[in-house]
Design a protein around this ligand. Structure first.
Ligand SMILES: Nc1ncnc2c1ncn2[C@@H]1O[C@H](COP(=O)(O)OP(=O)(O)OP(=O)(O)O)[C@@H](O)[C@H]1O
Ligand SMILES: [Mg+2]
Length: 389
């Protein structure tokens, strides 16, 4: 195993003169970064600009390169080619100790033999600060993370969530220009995770430090990020606000990875006018920007956009389906539907529809019932068949 850095670290501002601000407005620029491990390409030509004060999430499946990219930004991993420019300074070849960041990893990894206060003070040790100044700064940080009285406690006396807040305080001790978080919440249980999620967002709002958080939890990314960077197999596949990523995924992969999506196989039956998919006939004048009649497509619709009606409205966007089962998910019901196949040689289509508690009161959801299902054309997305799923 390689010698690993401390799980949290706070690194002193690098002693560089910032370039004139006119050079670039982005706080962090990642330019054409490639990183290989032997023959394996972990990052392939990754470029990204991050604005000052942004909260960015790297989101993607396990092994897609999120941690590697974060480590390249920190200098904990050296890229083969490409540049990292922070605050106008090319830091591409600088060691971590000369870069300006604080980092928190998934495991709390505080020093077990040091108190919370000593853990936080650890990064301040090499600073020319009096004992009193250190104490004052430590207390400020304890207050900041909402644990004003935790200073004398040892890590073993703190819960996981509390330990992670101390780790956060330690990463922020030197007021770094960049905060890097690698799955900081994933070891915590669900309730603590959501609480800390809100707290980290609030803290970010208060101190405004440019932040990058790695996560493979799409809910976390959607709720916390200003912009999400979706990655797959060492590449960035989409960058956008949570709403853009959710409402306008650029590929079936993104559509499928972020949120839940129904995919209905079909084809363009009249170019620039109509698409048929799973027996639905949809008026979609802009589908695939004028692709030819006969082009095979995937029509994607979110479960919450599928409508269940008591009776068919008699138009092409509605079909009868069998309600297979109903899953109660607290705020809503997830209904599994089966649509009979229009032809004998193709299997029935399965779909999910989410029904809010209010709507479920009006229309009782009974397994085995026949229901009318509507796919509103204005809420679907159309992808070419076989697009990068
Ligand atoms: N030091 C290394 N040596 C060889 N291969 C590595 C090394 N570090 C990472 N990899 C490989 O690079 C790929 C990307 O790894 P990385 O840790 O960046 O993924 P990740 O997106 O953070 O995944 P996870 O969500 O599981 O943490 C993986 O296939 C991993 O096995
Ligand atoms: Mg990782």
């Amino acid at each position: 195993m390689n010698a690993s850095p401390p799980a949290t670290a706070s690194v002193r501002h690098a002693p560089h003169t910032p370039a004139p601000s006119s050079v670039a407005s982005a706080y962090l620029q990642i330019r054409k970064v490639t990183k290989t491990f032997g023959k394996f390409v972990a990052l392939a030509d990754v470029s990204l600009d991050i604005e000052p004060g942004e909260f960015i999430c790297f989101l993607g499946p396990s092994g897609c390169g999120k941690t590697t990219l974060l480590r390249v930004i920190a200098g904990l991993e050296e890229q083969n080619t490409g540049q990292v420019i922070q605050n106008g300074v090319d830091v591409s070849r600088l060691p971590p100790s000369r870069r300006d960041f604080g980092i928190v990893f998934q495991s709390y990894a505080l020093f077990p033999n040091l108190t919370a206060a000593q853990n936080i003070a650890y990064g301040l040790e090499n600073e020319k600060m009096s004992r009193q100044q250190v104490q004052q700064r430590v207390q400020e940080l304890l207050d900041l993370v909402g644990l004003p009285d935790a200073g004398p406690k040892f890590p073993a006396q703190l819960s996981g969530g509390q330990q992670q807040r101390i780790a956060l305080a330690r990463a922020l001790a030197l007021a770094p220009g960049l905060l890097l978080l690698d799955e900081p919440l994933s070891a915590l249980d669900a309730k603590v995770r959501t609480n800390l999620r809100t707290e980290i967002t609030a803290l970010h709002r208060r101190i405004g430090v440019t932040t990058i958080m790695v996560t493979h939890d799409q809910e976390e990314a959607l709720s916390m990020a200003d912009r999400i960077v979706v990655m797959d197999q060492g590449r960035i596949v989409q960058i956008g606000t949570p709403l853009e990523i959710y409402r306008n995924p650029q590929t079936p992969f993104v559509a499928n990875f972020v949120g839940v999506m129904n995919f209905l196989s079909g084809e363009i039956v009249a170019a620039g006018q109509r698409v048929q998919a799973a027996g639905f006939d949809l008026h979609l004048p802009h589908a695939l920007n004028g692709a030819a009649t006969g082009t095979p497509v995937q029509v994607a619709i979110r479960p919450e956009d599928v409508r269940l009606l008591g009776i068919s409205n008699g138009t092409g966007d509605t079909r009868m389906a069998r309600l297979c089962d109903v899953e109660f998910l607290g705020a809503f019901y997830r209904v599994r539907l089966e649509l009979p196949s229009p032809t004998a040689d193709t299997p029935p289509t399965r779909m999910l529809a989410d029904v809010g508690a209010e709507a479920a009161r009006v229309m009782p959801l009974v397994s085995g019932a026949e229901v009318a299902v509507q796919v509103p054309a204005e809420l679907v997305q159309v992808f070419p068949e076989g697009g990068s799923a």
